[in-house]
Design a protein around this ligand. Sequence first.
Ligand SMILES: O=C(O)c1ccccc1NCC(=O)[C@H](O)[C@H](O)COP(=O)(O)O
Length: 268
Amino acid sequence: MSGLPDTPDILRRIIASKVERVQERRRQISASQLESQLADAPPVRGFRAALEARIAVGQAGVIAEIKKASPSKGVLREDFDPAAIARSYARGGAACLSVLTEADFFAGADAHLEQARTACHCPVIRKDFIFDDYQVLEARVLGADCVLLIVAALDDAQLSALYQRARSLGMDVLVEVHDGAELDRALRLGGDLIGINNRDLRSFETTLETTARLAPSVPEGVRLVTESGIHTRDDVATMRARGIDAFLVGEAFMRAESPGDRLAELFD
Ligand SMILES: O=C(O)c1ccccc1NCC(=O)[C@H](O)[C@H](O)COP(=O)(O)O
C-alpha cells in the first residue's frame, strides 16, 4: 500500500479500502483492456484552461464539487442528482466540476462523473484517492479531464510516475498540499496546478490561513487553487485580496437548495 510515515490516518483508511476496490476492478477489466478503451474515451476538455479563461477576464475560476457525503461532515445532500447539480453549476458560472468517485467514505461513484460530464460542457476532475497507474487510466476512460494527486499520500517516485502518466493521457493534474514541505515537493515535481487544502486531514480543522500562509511561496506561472472551507462572500474576498483567484468549493454548494445559485451568490 502507498503512503508515507506521516500520512494522515483518514487517508490511510480511504486508500486501504481503495486498494481492495482497485484489485477487484482489475480482475474485471485488465489494464490492457482499459488501454484499448482509450480510443473511445470522450475528448479531453482543458481543465486548467477553463480556469485561466475565467481569471483572464477578471472572474474567479470556480471548481464546483459534486459530493454527497464526506468523512468530516457526513451526508451533505439527500437530493443528489449529479446531472442536475452539474447543470445548476454550469448555469451558476462554474468553470470546472469536481466529482467525488470514492464510494466508501464519500458515497461517490464513477457513474456520477459520467452523468455530470454529460450534463454540461465543464471540464471535470475525478476527485478520488489515486495511488495506482490503473486509476489514472480508468479516469481518462471515464472521461475525466483532470486527476487529483495528494502529496501526503504518495512518495516522490509515485507522484512523478502518476503525474507523468496523467499528462501523457492529456489530462491536467491538481497536486494537493497542506503544508510547506508538501508544497516544496509539489513544486519540485513540476506541478503547475497546485491545490492548497485548508482542511487538516488529521484534525479536520479547516482554516483559510493555510492558503494565506503558503501562497507567498507559490511562484508565478503556477496556478494556485484554494480548497475547502469557502463558505461566504467574505471568504472569497479575503482570498482574492491575497491574489488567489481559483477556488474548489463543495459543502457550501451541496448544502444549498440550488447549488448553482449559491455559487453565483458567492462569486458574482
Ligand atoms: O472533506 C473531508 O472530510 C475529507 C476527508 C478526507 C479527505 C478529503 C476530504 N475532503 C475532500 C476535499 O478536499 C473537499 O471535498 C474539497 O476540498 C471541498 O471542501 P469543502 O468546500 O469544505 O466541502
